[in-house]
Design a protein around this ligand. Structure first.
Ligand code: HEC
Length: 193
């Protein structure tokens, strides 16, 4: 009888230990809006389509320009993350939730409590825009953020008015994002300490 009790306790504590091992997952919640200091900052005119700017952005991204700034050491040279948890820029569906201002803000100030640190002390604002023109190619090639329309559009449509609301085709982003308004995933607390 006693031995049963002891065995039971061992099983229960073993199960509790397993529950506590739940791993953290990549957050799918949309990014928060840019704070006021960044909300009015936008890509300099002409930079989305300037191959020279993009080439400079690549050198920043890959740590060629400054060995202390190597985005690809986590985000991967081809945009496939090499460090766990790093944002996957190849996921265009997710990356189009980032306005140019939000993107700049995150590069500038980092993401709290993650390995993504603030880069504003190492990259001036122009360099932060440059690296963005390169990073966007992984998931949003040929696209640019249109400030007036508040959405990503093909670069050829940049600055043009939005197509009439009646035009149904060629509007892949029309469906409402299912995750919109969802709060950030809470950390798994089950069984943890
Ligand atoms: C040490 C690893 C590391 C390096 C180096 C790094 N990042 Fe990140 N980055 C991350 C991680 C981890 C995340 C995901 C943060 C999160 O959970 O939202 C991230 C997220 C991002 C995001 C999305 C922010 C968001 O809201 O999710 C952008 C944009 C970004 N990084 C750009 C850059 C740029 C540009 C550089 C180089 C100047 C860079 N990163 C260097 C680890 C890194």
């Amino acid at each position: 009888m006693n031995i049963r009790y002891v065995l039971g306790m061992v099983l229960i504590s073993g199960a509790g230990f397993l529950v506590g091992c739940a791993e953290e997952k990549e957050s799918t919640a949309p990014p928060p809006p840019a704070p006021p200091e960044f909300a009015d900052k936008h890509m300099p005119a002409g930079w989305w389509t300037d191959p020279k700017i993009m080439a400079e952005g690549k050198e920043i991204f890959e740590g060629v320009k400054n060995i202390d700034v190597n985005c690809s050491s986590c985000h991967g040279k081809d945009g496939k993350p090499v460090k766990a948890g790093a944002r996957d820029f190849r996921k265009g569906e997710r990356m189009k939730l980032y306005s140019d201002s939000v993107w700049l803000w995150r590069i500038s100030e980092g993401v709290p409590n993650t390995k993504m640190k603030a880069w504003k002390s190492k990259l001036n604002e122009e360099d932060r825009w440059k690296v963005m023109t390169y990073e966007r190619n992984f998931g949003l090639p040929g696209m640019a953020y249109d400030v007036a329309r508040q959405e990503w559009v093909p670069v050829a449509d940049l600055g043009k008015p939005a197509p009439a609301a009646s035009a149904p085709a060629s509007a892949p982003g029309a469906a409402a994002p299912a995750t919109d308004g969802k709060p950030a995933e809470p950390a798994p607390a089950k069984g943890g300490k």
